[in-house]
Design a protein around this ligand. Structure first.
Ligand SMILES: *Cc1c(COP(=O)(O)O)cnc(C)c1O
Length: 412
């Protein structure tokens, strides 16, 4: 089996599992209790918090554990909206956010908040000028993802943070695809809140964290006990927390080397696919892009057909976004960068990681070329299409109109 879907989830690193195991059996103490056994669990939680803080370059008391990236995003957005509702009710985000952000914003719209969905260019970059213009007197939060999970485009986070800081607006970033991949320091660009998720960097599913800069006003999402300094009620997922702490430590030690190794694999994959299959369009920014991500469109074929054929050969990749599969709706990200529906449907995402090898790349290229050739031969569009070969990316005005229309129609 070859796994190239690391942006959807990653396997747990064995060293992470090792570290977690005691907390699933003998060390079952509740960190809130007062006896020795509980103090062992408390200590483990504190240590994990330190490790995560080290990865982010922040204070340990600015790290709050959650059940994952989705909860962290929802907490940042809904928690800010609630805490600052008397200051204003306008939020700015982008059209290419993860559903955890988009749907949280949609939910707030139903409660009377106003949301601006910034368009992106054909690379998936948010226009910083457009952001500046969108900030109003009643804007309370800008939430823009650090890097996109589908196409890998990395946003100009420092520039955005500078703007929000100078305008006195909170800045939250969904860094789920960045934590553990690229060195991250929350302080230097002046980020107020940042989400991350364990299972995207070799820790288990169901654990994540929200960084909240000291002094940021935010209401809890969950009410109950005093866990996480009153920020997030509920008995801690001690084993998960230990896991994400260990994963953070490993990432810090191994990130640099891994990013070079995996980056070279991704580049080779991209080059060889381009050589073997004509008319490939690579999505995302050519340089400002996650080093492990390759999103491409293959004309005339549904991404799903390719995916299923690759699965038959025990190769795991994604088409569109994981959340969108099951339905044949093209991904909102690909529509936002201006791809026509039919091109967006032919999209495929390869996302590489720790356990990929040179041999994986070689095999994937060979199998993919065979699958595509077979599918092309039976494609009804293969003969028909003449005029649209060159016009894959539309002019910026078209993109803007389309994405704004899409933003309005977006339903959660
Ligand atoms: C996976 C992902 C999430 C959701 O994280 P979960 O821990 O699965 O809830 C949020 N944002 C981005 C960009 C992601 O890739």
């Amino acid at each position: 089996m070859i796994y190239m879907d690391y942006n959807a989830t990653t396997p747990c690193d064995k060293r992470v599992v090792e570290e977690m195991l005691p907390y699933l059996s003998d060390e079952y103490g509740n960190p809130s209790s007062l006896y020795k056994k509980a103090r062992t669990a408390r200590k483990a939680v504190d240590e994990a918090r330190e490790r995560l803080a080290k990865l982010l370059g922040c204070q340990a008391n600015e790290v709050f554990f959650t059940s994952g990236g989705t909860e962290a995003d929802n907490w940042a957005i809904q928690g800010t909206a609630c805490a600052l509702k008397d200051k204003g009710r306008h939020i700015i985000t982008s059209l290419i956010e993860h559903h955890a952000v988009l749907c949280a914003c949609k939910a707030l719209e139903k409660k009377g908040y106003k949301v601006t969905y910034l368009p992106v260019d054909s690379y998936g970059m948010v226009d910083v000028g457009e952001l500046k213009k969108s900030i109003r007197q009643d804007t309370i939060l800008v939430t823009i993802m650090y890097a996109n999970n589908e196409i890998g485009t990395i946003q100009p986070i420092s520039e955005i943070a500078e703007i929000t800081k100078s305008r006195g607006v909170y800045f939250h970033t969904d860094a789920v695809q960045v934590a553990g991949k690229i060195p991250l320091t929350v302080n230097s660009p002046g980020i107020d809140m940042l989400s991350l998720s364990g299972h995207k960097f070799y820790a288990p599913k169901g654990i994540g964290a929200l960084y909240i800069r000291k002094g940021v006003k935010i209401s809890p999402l969950l009410y109950g006990g005093e866990q996480e300094r009153g920020g997030r009620a509920g008995t801690e997922n001690v084993a998960g927390i230990v896991g994400i702490g260990k994963a953070a430590e490993l990432a810090q030690e191994e990130m640099r080397e891994e990013s070079v190794r995996v980056g070279l694999l991704r580049d080779r994959l991209e080059e060889e696919i381009k050589k073997r299959i004509p008319q490939i369009v690579v999505n995302g920014h050519p340089e400002q892009r996650l080093y492990n991500t390759l999103n491409l469109c293959i004309k005339y074929i549904e991404g799903e057909s390719i995916l299923l054929n690759l699965d038959f050969e025990d190769i795991c990749v994604s088409s569109g976004s994981a959340c969108a599969s099951g339905s044949l709706e093209p991904s909102h990200v690909l529509l936002a960068i201006g791809l026509p529906d039919e091109t967006a449907r032919g999209s495929l995402r390869f996302s590489l990681g720790k356990y990929n090898t040179e041999e994986d790349v070689t095999r994937v290229v060979t199998v993919l070329a065979g699958v595509v050739e077979r599918l092309w031969r039976i494609s009804p569009f293969w003969e028909k299409d003449k005029e649209q070969v060159n016009g894959l990316y539309r002019k910026s005005l078209r993109i803007l109109q389309k994405s704004q229309k899409y933003g309005k129609n977006y339903s959660c």
